[in-house]
Design a protein around this ligand. Structure first.
Ligand code: DQA
Length: 145
């Protein structure tokens, strides 16, 4: 099975960006680890990061027929991008939403996700471990659909 992990805007700054909120692990380290953990679980993991809404939307469209699952951290687009939400809804690929921080402990605007309703569920507040937990969900779900 194939999994596409999508990282939205500013996540390329992981490790340098507000480390008190997001930690010191870089995106490259997160992606490397996901690829290794995925391989252990029999999952092929590809990753994609963009700071551009349209690039993320294009990648989601292209995922149809190519991937069995999406894991997505839409970054700030989570809170207002109806276009990203519609892109996720437009493809027949199930998605899991991940946030590194506990968005509910932060500014009120972060407590709203317009994308979550078109995903299977959210994992949030556990740092980069959330992506690995999402991989575990994928592994279980592809075995027992
Ligand atoms: C985030 C939370 C968002 O509110 C923020 O805009 C991000 C990262 C997270 O992973 O905690 O860019 O999605």
């Amino acid at each position: 099975p194939k999994v596409l992990v999508l990282h939205g805007p500013n996540l390329n700054r992981l490790g340098k960006r507000e480390p008190e909120v997001y930690g010191r692990v870089t995106l490259e380290q997160v992606n490397d680890r996901l690829q290794k953990r995925g391989a252990d679980m029999g999952l092929e993991v590809d990753t994609f990061q963009s700071n551009h809404e349209g690039a993320l939307i294009d990648r989601i469209h292209e995922a149809e027929g190519e991937y069995d699952y999406l894991i997505i951290n839409p970054g700030a687009y989570t809170h207002y991008s109806y276009a990203l939400r519609d892109a996720l809804a437009s493809v027949g690929v199930p998605a899991i939403e991940v946030h590194i921080s506990n968005v509910h402990q932060r500014e009120a605007f972060r407590g709203v996700s317009v994308t979550a309703p078109v995903t299977e569920g959210q994992i949030l507040g556990f740092g980069p471990l959330g992506y690995e937990l999402a991989l575990q969900v994928v592994k279980e779900r592809v075995k027992n659909p």
